[in-house]
Design a protein around this ligand. Sequence first.
Ligand SMILES: [Mg+2]
Length: 290
Amino acid sequence: MYESASFRNNAAELAGRVVGLLRGGRAGLVTDVDGTISPIVERPEQAIVLPGAREALARLANRLALVAVVSGRTVADAHKLVGVDGLTYVGNHGLEILSERGPELVPEARPWVPRIAAVLDDVARMHAIPGVLIENKGATASLHYRMTPDPDQARRELLAILARRAITSGLRIEEGRMVINLLPPLTVTKGSAVSWLVREHRLERLVYLGDDITDAHAFRALAVLRQSGVRTLGIGVVAPETPPSVRQLADACVASVREVAELLCRTADGLESSGTMESREALAAGEIDG
Ligand SMILES: [Mg+2]
Protein backbone atom coordinates (compact mmCIF):
# COMPACT_ATOMS: atom_id res chain seq x y z
CA MET A 1 0.00 0.00 0.00
CA TYR A 2 2.70 2.43 0.99
CA GLU A 3 4.57 1.74 -2.24
CA SER A 4 1.48 1.75 -4.46
CA ALA A 5 1.45 3.70 -7.70
CA SER A 6 -1.42 5.92 -6.49
CA PHE A 7 0.51 6.81 -3.35
CA ARG A 8 3.57 7.59 -5.46
CA ASN A 9 1.50 9.86 -7.70
CA ASN A 10 -0.17 11.56 -4.74
CA ALA A 11 3.14 11.98 -2.95
CA ALA A 12 4.78 13.47 -6.01
CA GLU A 13 1.81 15.77 -6.62
CA LEU A 14 1.73 16.98 -3.02
CA ALA A 15 5.50 17.50 -2.94
CA GLY A 16 5.14 19.52 -6.13
CA ARG A 17 2.51 21.73 -4.47
CA VAL A 18 4.70 22.22 -1.38
CA VAL A 19 7.82 23.06 -3.42
CA GLY A 20 5.82 25.43 -5.65
CA LEU A 21 4.50 27.27 -2.61
CA LEU A 22 7.79 27.46 -0.73
CA ARG A 23 9.90 28.44 -3.72
CA GLY A 24 8.78 32.06 -3.94
CA GLY A 25 9.01 34.92 -1.45
CA ARG A 26 9.84 34.59 2.22
CA ALA A 27 8.72 31.08 3.03
CA GLY A 28 8.50 28.97 6.17
CA LEU A 29 7.67 25.42 7.18
CA VAL A 30 6.31 24.61 10.63
CA THR A 31 5.78 21.09 11.92
CA ASP A 32 4.33 19.36 14.94
CA VAL A 33 6.44 16.52 16.42
CA ASP A 34 4.52 13.56 17.91
CA GLY A 35 2.41 11.79 15.32
CA THR A 36 3.82 13.99 12.55
CA ILE A 37 7.60 13.50 12.33
CA SER A 38 7.79 11.04 15.24
CA PRO A 39 5.60 7.87 15.34
CA ILE A 40 3.11 7.63 18.21
CA VAL A 41 4.53 5.44 20.98
CA GLU A 42 3.22 4.19 24.30
CA ARG A 43 5.34 6.48 26.48
CA PRO A 44 6.46 10.00 25.41
CA GLU A 45 10.09 9.28 26.34
CA GLN A 46 10.19 6.39 23.83
CA ALA A 47 9.55 8.71 20.87
CA ILE A 48 12.11 9.16 18.13
CA VAL A 49 12.04 11.49 15.13
CA LEU A 50 12.45 9.52 11.89
CA PRO A 51 16.02 10.06 10.64
CA GLY A 52 14.72 10.94 7.16
CA ALA A 53 12.55 13.71 8.60
CA ARG A 54 15.39 15.04 10.72
CA GLU A 55 17.79 15.19 7.77
CA ALA A 56 15.20 16.86 5.56
CA LEU A 57 14.44 19.52 8.21
CA ALA A 58 18.15 20.34 8.45
CA ARG A 59 18.35 20.71 4.66
CA LEU A 60 15.18 22.83 4.58
CA ALA A 61 16.61 25.12 7.26
CA ASN A 62 19.30 26.12 4.77
CA ARG A 63 16.71 26.97 2.11
CA LEU A 64 13.85 28.67 3.94
CA ALA A 65 13.45 31.85 5.98
CA LEU A 66 12.02 29.74 8.82
CA VAL A 67 11.80 26.09 9.78
CA ALA A 68 10.06 25.70 13.12
CA VAL A 69 8.87 22.95 15.43
CA VAL A 70 5.69 23.60 17.42
CA SER A 71 4.95 20.91 19.99
CA GLY A 72 2.85 20.16 23.03
CA ARG A 73 6.03 18.94 24.74
CA THR A 74 8.14 21.32 26.80
CA VAL A 75 10.37 23.28 24.48
CA ALA A 76 13.49 21.69 26.02
CA ASP A 77 12.03 18.23 25.40
CA ALA A 78 11.04 19.08 21.80
CA HIS A 79 14.54 20.43 21.15
CA LYS A 80 16.16 17.33 22.60
CA LEU A 81 13.90 15.02 20.59
CA VAL A 82 14.25 16.77 17.21
CA GLY A 83 17.87 17.77 17.77
CA VAL A 84 18.35 19.86 14.61
CA ASP A 85 20.29 23.11 14.93
CA GLY A 86 19.04 26.17 13.10
CA LEU A 87 15.33 25.50 13.71
CA THR A 88 13.01 27.63 15.83
CA TYR A 89 11.50 25.68 18.72
CA VAL A 90 8.12 26.42 20.32
CA GLY A 91 6.82 24.14 23.07
CA ASN A 92 3.93 23.69 25.49
CA HIS A 93 1.31 24.36 22.79
CA GLY A 94 2.79 27.80 22.04
CA LEU A 95 3.38 28.88 25.65
CA GLU A 96 7.15 28.36 25.62
CA ILE A 97 9.95 29.30 23.23
CA LEU A 98 13.61 28.36 23.15
CA SER A 99 15.64 31.57 23.17
CA GLU A 100 19.40 32.04 23.34
CA ARG A 101 18.98 32.14 27.13
CA GLY A 102 17.13 28.82 27.19
CA PRO A 103 13.44 27.92 27.60
CA GLU A 104 11.18 30.95 28.18
CA LEU A 105 7.56 30.80 29.23
CA VAL A 106 5.20 33.53 28.03
CA PRO A 107 4.65 35.78 31.09
CA GLU A 108 0.90 35.20 31.32
CA ALA A 109 1.46 31.43 31.67
CA ARG A 110 3.73 31.70 34.72
CA PRO A 111 1.02 32.00 37.42
CA TRP A 112 -0.51 28.77 36.10
CA VAL A 113 2.53 26.59 36.83
CA PRO A 114 1.71 26.05 40.55
CA ARG A 115 -2.00 25.68 39.74
CA ILE A 116 -1.30 22.89 37.23
CA ALA A 117 0.89 21.15 39.82
CA ALA A 118 -1.89 21.39 42.44
CA VAL A 119 -4.47 19.86 40.09
CA LEU A 120 -2.11 17.02 39.18
CA ASP A 121 -1.50 16.31 42.88
CA ASP A 122 -5.25 16.05 43.37
CA VAL A 123 -5.72 13.80 40.32
CA ALA A 124 -2.98 11.47 41.57
CA ARG A 125 -4.53 11.42 45.05
CA MET A 126 -8.13 10.98 43.94
CA HIS A 127 -7.53 8.19 41.53
CA ALA A 128 -4.90 5.70 40.57
CA ILE A 129 -5.87 4.25 37.20
CA PRO A 130 -3.27 1.63 36.25
CA GLY A 131 -1.37 2.69 33.18
CA VAL A 132 -2.25 6.40 33.26
CA LEU A 133 0.85 8.50 32.76
CA ILE A 134 0.72 11.97 34.30
CA GLU A 135 3.13 14.36 32.64
CA ASN A 136 3.71 17.74 34.34
CA LYS A 137 5.16 20.10 31.74
CA GLY A 138 5.09 23.25 33.89
CA ALA A 139 2.64 25.51 32.08
CA THR A 140 0.56 22.56 30.84
CA ALA A 141 0.06 18.90 31.70
CA SER A 142 -0.82 15.76 29.78
CA LEU A 143 -2.65 12.71 31.10
CA HIS A 144 -1.84 9.81 28.76
CA TYR A 145 -4.19 6.81 28.91
CA ARG A 146 -2.89 4.82 25.91
CA MET A 147 -1.42 2.14 28.17
CA THR A 148 -4.48 1.54 30.36
CA PRO A 149 -6.28 -1.84 30.07
CA ASP A 150 -9.50 -0.07 29.01
CA PRO A 151 -8.69 3.33 27.46
CA ASP A 152 -12.35 4.38 27.03
CA GLN A 153 -13.05 3.69 30.69
CA ALA A 154 -9.84 5.45 31.77
CA ARG A 155 -10.75 8.49 29.67
CA ARG A 156 -14.22 8.70 31.24
CA GLU A 157 -12.83 8.42 34.77
CA LEU A 158 -10.16 11.04 34.15
CA LEU A 159 -12.64 13.46 32.62
CA ALA A 160 -14.96 12.97 35.60
CA ILE A 161 -12.16 13.82 38.04
CA LEU A 162 -11.10 16.80 35.97
CA ALA A 163 -14.67 18.05 35.68
CA ARG A 164 -14.68 18.35 39.47
CA ARG A 165 -11.17 19.71 39.95
CA ALA A 166 -9.62 21.29 36.87
CA ILE A 167 -12.65 23.28 35.82
CA THR A 168 -12.98 24.91 39.25
CA SER A 169 -9.29 25.79 38.98
CA GLY A 170 -9.99 27.64 35.72
CA LEU A 171 -7.89 25.35 33.54
CA ARG A 172 -8.88 24.41 30.03
CA ILE A 173 -9.19 20.75 29.00
CA GLU A 174 -8.34 19.69 25.48
CA GLU A 175 -8.36 16.08 24.35
CA GLY A 176 -5.90 14.60 21.89
CA ARG A 177 -4.90 11.17 20.66
CA MET A 178 -5.24 9.05 23.84
CA VAL A 179 -4.30 12.08 25.91
CA ILE A 180 -6.09 14.74 27.94
CA ASN A 181 -4.25 18.05 28.04
CA LEU A 182 -4.64 20.60 30.83
CA LEU A 183 -3.94 24.13 29.66
CA PRO A 184 -4.16 27.62 31.13
CA PRO A 185 -7.25 29.55 29.94
CA LEU A 186 -5.18 31.74 27.65
CA THR A 187 -5.61 32.53 23.97
CA VAL A 188 -2.13 31.13 23.27
CA THR A 189 -2.36 28.01 21.11
CA LYS A 190 -0.35 26.42 18.32
CA GLY A 191 -2.45 28.69 16.09
CA SER A 192 -1.41 31.92 17.79
CA ALA A 193 2.17 30.62 17.79
CA VAL A 194 2.02 30.12 14.02
CA SER A 195 0.60 33.63 13.49
CA TRP A 196 3.36 35.05 15.71
CA LEU A 197 6.05 33.18 13.74
CA VAL A 198 4.66 34.55 10.46
CA ARG A 199 4.79 38.12 11.83
CA GLU A 200 8.22 37.74 13.44
CA HIS A 201 9.78 36.29 10.29
CA ARG A 202 7.72 38.38 7.83
CA LEU A 203 6.66 35.23 6.01
CA GLU A 204 4.66 35.41 2.81
CA ARG A 205 4.26 31.66 2.43
CA LEU A 206 3.80 28.92 5.01
CA VAL A 207 3.37 25.16 5.14
CA TYR A 208 2.16 23.57 8.40
CA LEU A 209 2.12 19.87 9.26
CA GLY A 210 0.21 18.34 12.17
CA ASP A 211 -1.91 15.40 13.29
CA ASP A 212 -4.03 16.29 16.30
CA ILE A 213 -6.71 18.55 17.78
CA THR A 214 -4.12 21.05 18.98
CA ASP A 215 -2.93 21.34 15.37
CA ALA A 216 -6.47 22.22 14.30
CA HIS A 217 -5.81 25.63 15.96
CA ALA A 218 -2.89 26.04 13.56
CA PHE A 219 -4.98 25.03 10.54
CA ARG A 220 -7.58 27.66 11.54
CA ALA A 221 -4.79 30.26 11.88
CA LEU A 222 -3.67 29.42 8.32
CA ALA A 223 -7.16 30.26 7.06
CA VAL A 224 -6.96 33.69 8.75
CA LEU A 225 -3.43 34.29 7.44
CA ARG A 226 -4.63 33.44 3.94
CA GLN A 227 -7.15 36.27 4.14
CA SER A 228 -4.31 38.67 4.89
CA GLY A 229 -2.45 37.57 1.76
CA VAL A 230 -0.13 34.87 3.13
CA ARG A 231 -0.10 31.80 0.91
CA THR A 232 -0.55 28.74 3.13
CA LEU A 233 -0.91 24.98 2.95
CA GLY A 234 -1.99 22.88 5.94
CA ILE A 235 -1.12 19.20 5.77
CA GLY A 236 -2.77 16.72 8.13
CA VAL A 237 -1.36 13.34 9.06
CA VAL A 238 -4.41 11.10 9.02
CA ALA A 239 -4.34 7.88 11.03
CA PRO A 240 -7.34 5.76 12.17
CA GLU A 241 -7.55 7.71 15.47
CA THR A 242 -7.18 11.15 13.86
CA PRO A 243 -9.76 13.63 15.16
CA PRO A 244 -12.28 14.73 12.47
CA SER A 245 -11.26 18.39 12.85
CA VAL A 246 -7.80 17.58 11.44
CA ARG A 247 -9.31 15.98 8.32
CA GLN A 248 -11.78 18.83 7.91
CA LEU A 249 -9.36 21.72 8.33
CA ALA A 250 -6.27 20.40 6.54
CA ASP A 251 -5.84 21.37 2.88
CA ALA A 252 -4.15 18.05 2.10
CA CYS A 253 -3.49 14.80 3.95
CA VAL A 254 -0.80 12.16 4.19
CA ALA A 255 -1.34 8.74 5.74
CA SER A 256 1.63 8.29 8.06
CA VAL A 257 4.72 9.71 9.71
CA ARG A 258 6.79 7.86 7.09
CA GLU A 259 4.95 9.71 4.36
CA VAL A 260 5.69 13.01 6.12
CA ALA A 261 9.41 12.13 6.13
CA GLU A 262 9.23 11.32 2.45
CA LEU A 263 7.34 14.55 1.69
CA LEU A 264 9.93 16.60 3.59
CA CYS A 265 12.74 14.83 1.73
CA ARG A 266 11.10 15.42 -1.68
CA THR A 267 10.55 19.06 -0.70
CA ALA A 268 14.22 19.50 0.21
CA ASP A 269 15.19 17.85 -3.10
CA GLY A 270 12.84 20.13 -5.00
CA LEU A 271 14.06 23.32 -3.34
CA GLU A 272 17.70 22.35 -3.75
CA SER A 273 17.28 21.63 -7.44
CA SER A 274 15.17 24.71 -8.14
CA GLY A 275 16.77 27.74 -9.72
CA THR A 276 15.96 30.27 -7.05
CA MET A 277 18.18 28.83 -4.28
CA GLU A 278 17.22 31.37 -1.67
CA SER A 279 19.59 30.52 1.13
CA ARG A 280 18.91 31.61 4.65
CA GLU A 281 22.15 33.63 4.59
CA ALA A 282 21.01 35.59 1.55
CA LEU A 283 17.65 36.24 3.18
CA ALA A 284 19.28 37.29 6.44
CA ALA A 285 21.63 39.61 4.58
CA GLY A 286 18.68 41.17 2.80
CA GLU A 287 20.03 40.20 -0.58
CA ILE A 288 16.76 38.55 -1.42
CA ASP A 289 13.60 40.19 -0.20
CA GLY A 290 10.65 38.24 -1.43
MG1 LIG B 1 1.02 15.61 17.25
